[in-house]
Design a protein around this ligand. Structure first.
Ligand SMILES: Cc1cc2nc3c(=O)[nH]c(=O)nc-3n(C[C@H](O)[C@H](O)[C@H](O)COP(=O)(O)O)c2cc1C
Length: 230
């Protein structure tokens, strides 16, 4: 029994250290049963007063096609929409900006896309709106009216989903880019204003050979986010 529990703990830790955002997938489908199991595991996440905020909408078939088409069109045409919520600090402090640039360099470096290659960068960015061609495309929503706490709770569920997927041999990428077009997404999914569009999520089996999946990001050192007082 102790060995079993130790193995479980090792597996959980491996999921945390091995998980990374995956942006190219094998065509291998994900069964509804597997997806339902991952979602159920993710819902074990804690939440304030156990409100369990947030929902997942799986988008498939013609709706997915037309949604992706409309998102790409809107983005290509430089169409701007009011977002449902703010994500990044404005202005972005220099320490955070450096991390953002490093993440972009890791991504475009893995793809061999140079800093001044606008077309190369755009081609990759457009793939956000196609859910990176993952077999499973999810739109993540939050009930209207939640403050920051609701986003915090939903974030735990999202990470739970990522770790559950990783533990079961699948991979994910959250797609914040989707939050740029909340009205368009609501319109295509038949949602009303009560659903805040938080992000998209691509899920499936990783194409481990794809250059984009060689992207490696780093984390800042302990002293940048931890201190002892008293
Ligand atoms: C809420 C959220 C939104 C994200 N949005 C995008 C996105 O729109 N496009 C993208 O390529 N990656 C996106 N990412 C992935 C991040 O870039 C990635 O998590 C970060 O660079 C750290 O890398 P890692 O996930 O491989 O550890 C998002 C991640 C999170 C958590």
């Amino acid at each position: 029994m102790k060995n079993f529990i130790d193995n479980l703990a090792v597996n959980a830790l491996c999921s945390m250290t091995e998980r990374r955002s995956v942006r190219a997938f094998l065509p291998q489908p994900v069964t509804p049963q597997t997806l339902h199991e991952l979602l159920a595991l993710a819902r074990f996440a804690p939440s304030g007063a156990n409100l369990q905020p947030g929902s997942f909408v799986q988008v498939q078939g013609e709706v997915r096609e037309s949604l992706s088409h409309a998102l790409v069109q809107a983005w290509t045409n430089g169409q701007a929409e009011a977002e449902d919520y703010d994500y990044f600090p404005k202005p972005m402090p220099m320490t955070l900006r450096r991390r953002q640039v490093a993440a972009a360099q890791a991504l475009y470096g893995a793809l061999g896309v140079a800093r001044d290659d606008r077309a190369g960068r755009d081609a990759q960015f457009e793939r956000n709106f196609r859910f990176f061609d993952a077999p499973v495309a999810l739109v993540v929503t939050l009930e209207h009216g939640f403050g920051s706490g609701g986003y915090m709770d939903l974030g735990m569920t999202l990470y739970g989903l990522m770790l559950a997927a990783q533990a079961k041999g699948l991979a994910t990428c959250a797609i914040g880019a989707m939050a740029s077009y909340p009205s368009l997404i609501r319109q295509h999914l038949g949602l009303d204003e009560g659903s805040v569009i938080v992000c998209g999520m691509a899920l499936g089996y990783a194409d481990l050979d794809a250059p984009v999946n060689q992207t490696r990001t780093e984390r800042s050192s302990l002293d940048t986010y931890f201190k002892v007082v008293g």
